[in-house]
Structures are given as structure tokens and as C-alpha cells.
Design a protein around this ligand. Structure first.
Ligand code: GTP
Ligand code: MG
Ligand code: ZN
Length: 358
């Protein structure tokens, strides 16, 4: 296995202080199993485990190795096994918050779930069947941007609908700045354009709902039926969560592909910056709102509402903007509350003496 084929050169450009890394001791996490990892290295495939000391230090789930990570390891003599001693800095990452187990978990930073790291491109795959959903696309795009990963939307299954061009135009209008391709993985339409984006050493992750066709597309790119494909339900186009783990697959002739299981629920882990970028047109309008604390819902002199009324801004896009921003607002609000509560608790323990006379 060649480090160059694993994307090492491209990744290394982002590292300044690691010039002298011994190539024999760096590897890339290809699969994450319970507590164990499959590493792709110069020495071939190695079974990696974390060094005990490291595990004691890692408090957050995100501090453990993730698929796509570059790690330093020590190989065990005579075995295809390695001890992972550290994770090299992540140049990019795609992450979301976990499917909500409880309310606290959603707001807790501990629950960041990393889907893949060190990916140059994030292919957002969406089917043009019942899977098609503009706001979901916008969320994926926000997520990719937030993680320093360039989003590319792949509208798949263009073979099954006459409305493909129409939906393509809808997406183009809603997300004009994002690269967009109309394809059919199954009927092999537009795949050369996808292939052209994945040059040697480039790492790409495929995300999207179960049944969108991620694995079908990956198999076509690989030229072999490596990934299992699942049927979808006819009534609602939902897949059956056929892919169950995130995994690196190497494209013959270069390129690192990461297949992922379809997401049940896309939580937003993005910050306000990503939202601003995705809603650039609305950000421009906001500048023109009469009041600086305009809520863009009922406020007087709101330029955003005016644009919706004039038909200049599509209503669906406006509603999606409100949805995403209120979700973020409540997160930020909760974070602030937590800090305030902590401050209150601290001041109760250490009451200030100011104002008291002895
Ligand atoms: N008509 C049509 N069907 C497609 C196309 N691409 C994929 N499919 C079908 O969609 C279904 C789901 O495909 P998968 O590749 O398993 O979907 P996935 O995104 O990997 O799904 P998960 O692994 O569950 O996340 C299969 O029945 C595929 O044959 C396409 O371009 N056109
Ligand atoms: Mg799959
Ligand atoms: Zn406004």
C-alpha cells in the first residue's frame, strides 16, 4: 500500500510541523470497529488499537480516531497489529450531532459525531425520488462547509423522473454557489463528471439518506460490486440502511472514497458562519433590514420579508432559513444559559464581599 494513493501528499501539505514524520509509522484509519481500527499503511493493512494512556486522556468521543484520520503507530513485531499513539491534526471533518437520545445530549458538545475526517470533497447524494428535499440538501451543505470540506451535490436517479431538469433548476436556484451534478448511478449517466472530480490523492466522502444510491455509485466508480446494495421501499423511497459502517475504499488509478451509512436524522452541527455562507442572498437582505435586531419574522421594515412578498426570495428558502437559524439560536441560547448557571453556582460558593461592612 502506497501512502500517496491514500492521500498522504495532499494531506501533508496542510502540515507544517511534521516534516520529519517517519513514513513507516503513519497510517490512515480505514474502518472503525468497536475499539479497534483497520489501518492502511505502507506496511499493509494493520489491526490498530489505541494506546492505553491515550484512552485515559481522551474524554470526548471525537478525540478517538475516526475514519479518514492520519495516525502515528508502533507496529508489534511479527504481527499485523499496531498500537496507535496519536492522531495527526484533522484538516477537515464532516460531523453532525448524534440522533437525539435526550435533549441534553443534543446540546452537549460531547455528542458531536464525526462522520469522516481529512476529506477534500463531500458528495451529498440525494435521490430524485421521494428522497428529494431541498432543506435537507441545504443542511448537508452547511455541514460540509462548517467542516472545511467542499460540498458537491449529486442529484441521483435522473433516469426515473421526467422532472429531473426541473428539480435540478430548483437546487441550482436555492444553492447557486454549490457544485451540482445530475446523475444516475444505476443507468451510468454523468459518472465521468463525478470521476473527474476525484483526482489522484483526493479524498471524498459520500453522505445522504439511506437508499440515495451512495454505494451503487461507489461500485460504479470502483468498477466492481464491492459494496452491498439495498432495495428501497416503493411507497416512500426509503432505504434499508444497507451500508452499516464507514469505510475507505481505494479507487483504481487514485482517489480515496469513504462510503457511509445513510443518516436517519441530520442534526446540524454547523455554526452560524456556515449558515451565513449558505444563505448569502439572505445575509445581503438582512443588511437592509430597518432594525439591527430584526427577527425577520414579524418585524417592521424587514427586507427579508419584503423580498419574499415581492417574489424575489422563494418562500421555501425563506422558511428553511428561519428553521435553521432558530435551531442554532436555541443552541446558542442553551449554551449561554449553561455558562450563566455555572457562573451563578460559582458565585454562590464564593459570595463576593463587596458592599458588606465588617
Ligand atoms: N433508478 C435508479 N435506482 C438507483 C440509482 N442508484 C441507486 N439506485 C437504487 O437505489 C437503491 C439503494 O441504493 P444503495 O446504493 O444501496 O443506497 P445507499 O445510499 O448506499 O443506501 P444505504 O447504504 O442504506 O445508506 C438500490 O435499489 C439501487 O439499485 C439510479 O441512478 N437510478
Ligand atoms: Mg450504502
Ligand atoms: Zn429582517
Amino acid at each position: 500500500m502506497n501512502l500517496k494513493d491514500l492521500g498522504w501528499e495532499k494531506y501533508r501539505e496542510s502540515l507544517k510541523d511534521f516534516e520529519k514524520l517517519d513514513q513507516e509509522s503513519v497510517g490512515r484509519v480505514a474502518v472503525e470497529n468497536r475499539g479497534g481500527y483497520l489501518l492502511y499503511t505502507k506496511l499493509g493493512e494493520l489491526e490498530g488499537i489505541m494506546r492505553g494512556k491515550f484512552m485515559n486522556l481522551a474524554k470526548l468521543e471525537s478525540q478517538y480516531p475516526k475514519v479518514g484520520d492520519w495516525v502515528i503507530f508502533e507496529k508489534l513485531a511479527g504481527e499485523q497489529k499496531a498500537i496507535i499513539t496519536s492522531i495527526l491534526p484533522r484538516q477537515s471533518k464532516l460531523s453532525r450531532r448524534r440522533v437525539a437520545k435526550d435533549r441534553e445530549a443534543i446540546l452537549d458538545k460531547k455528542e458531536e459525531q464525526i462522520i469522516a475526517t481529512n476529506v477534500d470533497l463531500g458528495f451529498v447524494v440525494q435521490g430524485l425520488d421521494g428522497d428529494f428535499n431541498l432543506s435537507r440538501l441545504e443542511r448537508y451543505v452547511a455541514m460540509a462547509k462548517e467542516g472545511n470540506c467542499r460540498p458537491v451535490i449529486l442529484l441521483n436517479k435522473c433516469d426515473i423522473t421526467a422532472a429531473a431538469q426541473n428539480k435540478f433548476a430548483q437546487v441550482k436556484k436555492a444553492l447557486p454557489e454549490v457544485e451540482l451534478l445530475l446523475i444516475s448511478a444505476k443507468a451510468e449517466i454523468g459518472l465521468e463528471k463525478v470521476r473527474a472530480l476525484i483526482s489522484k490523492g483526493v479524498s471524498v466522502v459520500f453522505v445522504g439518506s439511506s437508499g440515495a444510491g451512495k454505494s451503487t455509485l461507489i461500485n460504479k466508480l470502483l468498477g466492481e460490486a464491492k459494496q452491498k446494495i439495498g432495495e428501497i421501499r416503493i411507497d416512500d423511497s426509503r432505504g434499508k440502511h444497507t451500508t452499516t459502517k464507514r469505510e475507505i475504499l481505494l479507487l483504481p488509478g487514485g482517489g480515496v472514497l469513504i462510503d457511509t451509512p445513510g443518516m436517519r436524522e441530520l442534526g446540524l452541527w454547523a455554526g452560524t458562519e456556515a449558515v451565513a455562507e449558505t444563505f448569502e442572498d439572505i445575509e445581503v437582505l438582512i443588511e437592509k433590514c430597518k432594525f439591527s435586531d430584526c427577527d425577520h419574522r414579524v418585524s417592521l421594515g424587514c427586507a427579508v420579508i419584503a423580498a419574499v412578498e415581492d417574489g424575489e426570495l422563494p418562500r421555501a428558502r425563506y422558511e428553511n432559513f428561519l428553521k435553521i437559524s432558530s435551531e442554532l439560536d436555541s443552541k446558542i441560547f442553551q449554551e449561554k444559559r449553561k455558562i450563566q448557571d455555572a457562573q451563578k453556582r460559582a458565585s454562590r460558593k464564593n459570595p463576593k464581599r463587596v458592599g458588606f461592612k465588617k
